[in-house]
Structures are given as C-alpha cells and as structure tokens.
Design a protein around this ligand. Sequence first.
Ligand code: HEC
Length: 162
Amino acid sequence: MKGALVPIAMLVCLTACDDMSNQAKQRHYAPAVGPAAVPSNTVEYLDRPSQAPPVTLELLERGQERFRIYCTPCHSELGDGHGMVVQRGFPPPPSYHTEHLRQAPVQHFYDVMTQGYGAMYPFADRVRPEDRWAIAAYIRALQRSQNATDGDISADRRGALE
Ligand code: HEC
C-alpha cells in the first residue's frame, strides 16, 4: 500500500510542475524599445534635435555643477574614472583623458548621456538637454585642463607663470 503512494505522489508532483511551466506569465522581460511615453511636468525623455550652444562661462559653471551631481560618483571630479562608486566595486569607466575621448566630438558626450553607454545607464530622464550640453562643454574643459600647454594661456597672462 505504502509503495503505491510514492509513484502517485510523484505523478501529482509532475503534473503540478507541468502546470506551472505552462502558466501564462504576466510579465515577460523585454528591453524598452524606442522612447517611453513622457509624463507631463517631467524632464523631457528624448529631446528634439538640438545643437551645442556657444561655450560661455555661465554654461561651463552650470556644466560643472551638474557634472558634480550626476557624473562624479563614478567618473570622479577629475574625470579619471576613480569615483566613489567605483571604489565600492562598480565597473570603472574609462578616463576622459584617453586619446579616444579627447578626440571625440562634444556631441559624443551628449549622446552618451542621452542613450547610455555599455554598463552606464542613460541620463535622458533626469538631465535636461540644455544641461547635457553644459556637462559636455565642461568635460571638454576638464580634458583641456589636464593636457594644457603654454599655448592655452593668452600671451598677456603667460608672464604670471614665470
Ligand atoms: C554609476 C556610474 C556612472 C555614472 C553616474 C556615470 N557614468 Fe559614465 N560611464 C560609466 C561606466 C561604467 C562607463 C563605461 C561603460 C562601458 O564601457 O561599458 C562609462 C562611460 C562613459 C563615457 C565613455 C564613453 C566612450 O566612448 O567610451 C562617457 C563620455 C561618460 N561615461 C560620460 C558620463 C557623464 C557625462 C555622466 C554624468 C551625466 C556619467 N558618465 C555618469 C559609469 C557611470
């Protein structure tokens, strides 16, 4: 009698398991395709085509402020990729001071923020297009600051170095 129960129990288990695997799943994982619907009164998700604004001191200051909020946790204040989050184990980003990123057009930084890049998530839903341009301009300034030559200093100020 006891022996007969075991196969029955197994059968019940098998059918039960089978049922579960055939159940309709409510949520299939699928990567988001295309822009999400934009809830009103929020930061624009994907922007209209926009162009890099002229670089002014105001733009750079805004860029520096936004950069410090959104990017330094990983990229660090210097942009060398040794931010605090990386020191806690997040995959390290490349330094902004590589030849590849120094040669990249400013648009590239804008696009990386909009779309994300590899392990880096996009910032389009939290950084406005104007601020993305400001950050991109600031990164360019940061790159130049780490690779500056005498030629970057106007002739009338060069004397201050001597
Ligand atoms: C949570 C960490 C994190 C934050 C915050 C972050 N990044 Fe990144 N970033 C990364 C990582 C990691 C990579 C390398 C991704 C890869 O290669 O898979 C990267 C790569 C990049 C690159 C290099 C792309 C290339 O062509 O190699 C740029 C430019 C960049 N980030 C800009 C930014 C800017 C601007 C911000 C702020 C708005 C920012 N990142 C915020 C982690 C971060």
